[in-house]
Design a binder for this molecule. Sequence first.
Ligand SMILES: O=c1ccn([C@@H]2O[C@H](COP(=O)(O)O)[C@@H](O)[C@H]2O)c(=O)[nH]1
Length: 271
Amino acid sequence: MSFIDSLQGAWARNNSLLCVGLDPDLSKFPAHLAGKPDAIFEFCKAIVDATADLACAFKPQIAYFAGESAEEQLEALIDHIHLNHPNIPVILDAKRGDIGATAAQYAREAFERFQADALTVNPYMGFDSVEPYLEYPDCGLIVLCRTSNPGGSDLQNLEITGGKKLYQHVASLVAEKWNRHGQAALVVGATFPAELADVRSLIGDMPLLVPGIGAQGGDVQATVNAGKTATGTGLMINSSRAILYAGKGEDFASAARVAAIATRDEINKYR
Ligand SMILES: O=c1ccn([C@@H]2O[C@H](COP(=O)(O)O)[C@@H](O)[C@H]2O)c(=O)[nH]1
């Protein structure tokens, strides 16, 4: 099944636009996991199993695994999700971007080694740097457009030809030219709801991955109002730290579930 079909199924089945981010930071783990060789896998598996009926997607951020030389635990985690929660797509957040020959290897890594359903990519190097990912038409290609961090404005808000801003150009370029197989989505931060509404007006119903609620303080009501489609979907609203570290003890997964329910329900209030 394609990423887009799987996402649409999860939106409907779980009645949820919540993407649970998997950013495993050992320094924030509960004490009983300290020193365990597979602590990252065990932590993330418990979060996944506690939230799978509440989510439309899972988003592991590769840096948290690679920084601990734990890529094998990432492979095991994605295998676990596919086996036990086959209807929830996995977005590998790696923000790749390089010349075509290298991008082809990044595509193999994401879609063949890790078996991710979608990958985040950086558009800065242009079309030939994203073309290799189009060889995997069932996999999602999620392109950075207007990121949630304050420094995103340094380049993405620059006015380019015709008074357009760079992020607006990226949105239209992806929607009109790069999305040859209907597999594309964009990243737009919840911390910039006006730009989120602007991007939605440029791209039709293309899905948006929206980080920035929770720990980054983005407003849920403004985010949903700005980004939803006419059917009240179109969004993967990510929260990582606010869910993962909602509890500090052995019951961390139950605490994460409570936080995920509250977030899903708040999102649903405004759909
Ligand atoms: O613009 C962007 C793109 C990606 N991210 C990633 O999303 C999560 C956010 O984590 P929180 O703990 O919910 O703040 C993290 O993996 C980032 O790398 C983003 O924040 N903004």
